[in-house]
Design a protein around this ligand. Structure first.
Ligand code: NAP
Length: 390
């Protein structure tokens, strides 16, 4: 898998220079080795699954004399934070810590990590993102005589932390829109066939995303056309997200067998139809919504932190028309199907002028076999992330 970070506006594959595209603060690290250590901590953070919610996904490693002493990440709510997990049974005296998020300073389910780090004799801490709510960890460390470098902003640390930032700052669920399309921008043929647009590598990657979310949402059209499993497969065995069906008119009530088959994950149906609960009972929980703009707030109240929206075009279009959607992940396959009536990834009302187009920021390209993943942020919640890509 090859990863390439770019900003969409300045993308030129031949002139690509990853360091030029990182923010200046990443350059405040004295050497490329230090940047590599911090990147490693961010990668470790990415191993965390939805089991950490409502906590953030965080990774850390300790280094001394050019040797990695230990590394780890936060595995699940109530378990050790990354700094503690990485430092288990290791002599940390004189070591440096590289961590994707500022060590915490507060007593929650576990004691403050800043206290743990200082007590164990760590001499230097380098962190990527400042804690967007509590803060104070860097100060606590400095006052204990630890050298602190941070925040050291970079695109991937921001992207990993954004769902947590939206949750704590806006009390709303983070929405990642994901689709797989052909070179000519189609997600299904005219007949509705969409299996499969992308190769095995890309499909496997998309299943890794399902471990990172606690909800997976599709529209009624997709449920009727595909009866998707919405589980975690392709070698991943993380926690399966809870299915959410967007069905304003109650068209999927006829899919009783599908709902019955998902009952251990207790599907949620979101609808405009007011006598709806009778239709799905007892196989799904029904959420009645009369205002689109409240969707992410309603999902948060239902306990969802991060929802992966997997189409189809009707659902994506309705969300984007209502300014909903925080991140977009598009898998692009080198195939062409054509056909004026073949389905596209985003329907809805759309925009009249190109100048009104919604633009993703901090876009990252990853090649997966023959396919490409284009991953960009539509909104930024971390106070430090604002304006970084503009
Ligand atoms: N390649 C991929 O990544 C991918 C992923 C998913 C799906 N697909 C394909 O996409 C196709 C299904 O897409 P689709 O667009 O037909 O269905 P969809 O997006 O799955 O479902 C659309 C739902 O949203 C509702 N809706 C549409 N516009 C709305 C608006 N402005 N306000 C409120 N609700 C609105 C529709 O209502 P009504 O009930 O009134 O129509 C319908 O219930 C299938 O062929 C599937 O195979 C491909």
């Amino acid at each position: 898998m090859v990863e390439v970070s770019v900003m969409l506006k300045s993308f030129n594959a031949l002139q690509y220079n990853p360091f030029k595209l990182m923010s200046n603060s990443f350059m405040q690290l004295s050497s490329k080795t230090e940047r590599d250590y911090l990147n490693r901590a961010i990668k470790l953070a990415g191993r965390g699954s939805s089991e950490v919610f409502p906590n953030p996904r965080v990774g850390a490693l300790y280094v001394k004399d050019g040797r990695i002493l230990g590394e780890g990440y936060h595995h699940a709510l109530g378990r050790d934070h990354a700094e503690v997990e990485a430092g288990k049974n290791i002599d940390l005296e004189g070591a440096s810590l590289y961590v994707s998020l500022e060590p915490c300073s507060h007593h929650g389910r576990t004691p403050p990590c800043a206290e743990f780090v200082a007590r164990r004799g760590v001499k230097k801490v380098v962190f990527a993102m400042a804690d967007p709510i509590h803060g104070g960890g860097a100060e606590m460390l400095r006052s204990s005589g630890v050298e602190v470098v941070g925040p050291v902003f970079c695109r991937d640390s921001l992207a990993i932390l954004e769902p947590f930032c939206k949750n704590v700052i806006s009390r709303r669920t983070y929405l990642t829109l994901k689709w797989a399309m052909t070179l000519d921008g189609r997600i299904a043929t005219e007949s509705g066939d969409s299996r499969w647009v992308t190769s095995k590598d890309a499909r496997a990657h998309s299943h890794s995303l399902r471990c990172e979310v606690d909800g997976i949402m599709v529209g009624a059209g997709t449920l009727l056309a595909d009866k998707p499993d919405l589980g975690v497969r392709h070698g991943y065995c993380g926690p399966a997200p809870r299915p959410i069906i967007w069905d304003p008119k109650g068209k999927t009530a006829e899919c009783q067998d599908w709902y019955k088959g998902k009952k251990e994950r207790s599907p949620v149906v979101i609808t405009f139809s007011d006598n709806a609960s009778l239709k799905w009972s007892p196989h799904a929980q029904v959420l009645f919504l009369d205002d689109w703009s409240l969707l992410d707030e309603a999902l948060f109240q239902e306990g969802f932190h991060h929802v992966l929206v997997e189409g189809g075009g009707g659902l994506h279009g309705a969300l984007l028309d209502h300014q909903l959607g925080d991140r977009v992940m598009t898998y692009i396959a080198p195939k062409i199907i054509g056909g004026a009536a073949s389905k596209g990834p985003v329907a809805g009302l759309g925009r009249e002028l190109m100048s009104e187009a919604k633009e993703a920021q901090g876009v990252k390209l990853t090649t997966l076999g023959e396919d490409i993943l284009m991953d960009g942020l539509l909104k930024i919640y971390h106070p430090e992330g604002q304006g970084v890509f503009s």
